[in-house]
Ligand binder design. Structure first.
Ligand code: FMN
Length: 369
């Protein structure tokens, strides 16, 4: 990508790498997960988790997978005439771990059916391919098995995915099939939600703050996701919570980047209600709000003064940053909330900086999508 300013850290090219580094780079290639099974000459069943499975040819139908020659079941697979590929479904990560661990009898307690020549077919998988071995090739510390597929079956279960050293779930890319007629900021929103949800998991862990993802809804700033800290700011964080525009960090983060006509009616109503409730204090005016929004536009961070949060039980601080669509409209606000006593909610504090970096990365990813 020439000319783009990706914030993703790139590692320099290297010709000296160890196994761990190579494995990490290979982990960037995301795969499904299979359990390959067979039966040996004495009728004993063998199976191991493998993500080296790949299609080779449609006509004739050929597939391959590779096995470490150090694997306990290698002799059984090396001598077998057949193997079966069980493509694991999304819920079968325990089964993947089970078959990735050496044990004398991996099939005890496992549900399976019996296929061609007595090879086990694990139950509830996404798909199965029953194969006859047609070639074996040495491949470094592995042996590559090519099989001719003679029986296939499938069910509607979503496949388990493996990448970057962990199990994943597969979802369609939101922007791959954008609905006709959608345009502007909202077209980016589903993709932004997915990226922001991942960032929230990471940030809730590293900052240990409660995180909220806030979208602009019919009633104003609306919480669409929460990620609780180890000590949440409130016990029962509701989805759909509508926040004030003028006195919540999330409301300010969104309002600063929205066209004035989108926010005006909320601002007018809130300032009027505030003026009614206040006795003695100077009312927050439209002019004062304009100044606050200007500084949010400059810093890309909105904060709010300590106020009771949601259920009025505890005073909370909040910091919020906007996630912007390619045309500069706020698709979401990413907000951290924490009890006043241990939350530095300064616009130039470490929490604000971490949120701003995450929001910049997501906004950049939306521009590149
Ligand atoms: C996601 C995942 C993918 C794996 N892919 C392979 C593979 O393609 N080939 C292989 O030999 N081992 C692979 N392994 C490791 C084996 O499953 C593991 O070594 C297992 O214990 C071998 O079983 P065995 O010793 O009973 O033969 C994988 C493990 C995991 C968790």
């Amino acid at each position: 990508m020439s000319g783009s300013t990706s914030l993703v850290q790139e590692r320099p090219a290297t010709t000296t790498f160890d196994k761990r580094q190579l494995r990490n780079v290979l982990g960037a290639f995301v795969t499904g997960v299979t359990v390959v099974t067979t039966v040996d000459g004495e009728g004993k069943m063998h199976g191991l988790t493998a993500n080296s499975f790949s299609s080779v040819s449609l006509d004739p139908p050929l597939v391959l997978w590779s096995q470490a020659s150090s694997a306990g079941s290698h002799a059984a697979f090396r001598d077998a005439e057949r193997f079966t590929i069980n493509i694991l479904a999304e819920h079968q990560y325990d089964l993947a771990n089970h078959f990735a661990t050496r044990s004398p009898d991996k099939f005890s307690g496992i549900d399976y059916d019996v296929g061609v020549d007595g090879l086990p077919l694990l139950r509830d998988c996404s798909a199965w391919l029953e194969c006859k071995v047609v070639s074996r090739f040495p491949g470094g510390d592995h042996v590559i098995f090519v099989g001719s597929v003679d029986c296939i079956r499938q069910n509607a279960r979503r496949p388990l995915v493996f990448g970057g050293g962990q199990y994943l779930v597969a979802d369609p890319h939101d922007l791959g099939v954008a609905p006709l007629g959608t345009q502007g900021a909202m077209k980016s929103q589903p993709h932004a939600v997915r990226l922001a949800s991942r960032a929230m998991l990471r940030l809730a862990h590293s900052l240990d703050k409660t995180l909220a993802l806030v979208a602009w809804g019919n009633h104003g700033p609306t919480v669409i996701a929460w990620q609780a800290a180890s000590t949440p700011v409130a016990a029962d964080l509701p989805l759909g919570l509508v926040l004030p525009v003028t006195s919540s960090a999330s409301g300010l983060a969104l309002a600063a980047f929205l066209p004035p006509e989108a926010v005006d009616r909320f601002v007018t109503a809130e300032l009027r209600d505030n003026a009614r409730q206040m006795s003695g204090e100077a009312p927050f005016t439209k002019e004062a709000l304009a100044g606050v929004l200007e500084s949010v536009r400059a810093s890309h961070v909105a904060t709010r003064r300590p106020r009771p949060f949601y259920d009025d039980r505890a005073l909370a601080n909040a910091v919020s940053v906007p996630i912007l669509s390619p045309d500069g409209l706020p698709v979401l606000a990413l907000t951290a909330i924490g009890p006043v006593e241990h939350f530095d909610a300064a616009a130039d504090g470490p929490c604000a900086e971490a949120l701003r970096t995450a929001a910049h990365e997501i906004s950049a990813a939306l521009r590149e999508a």
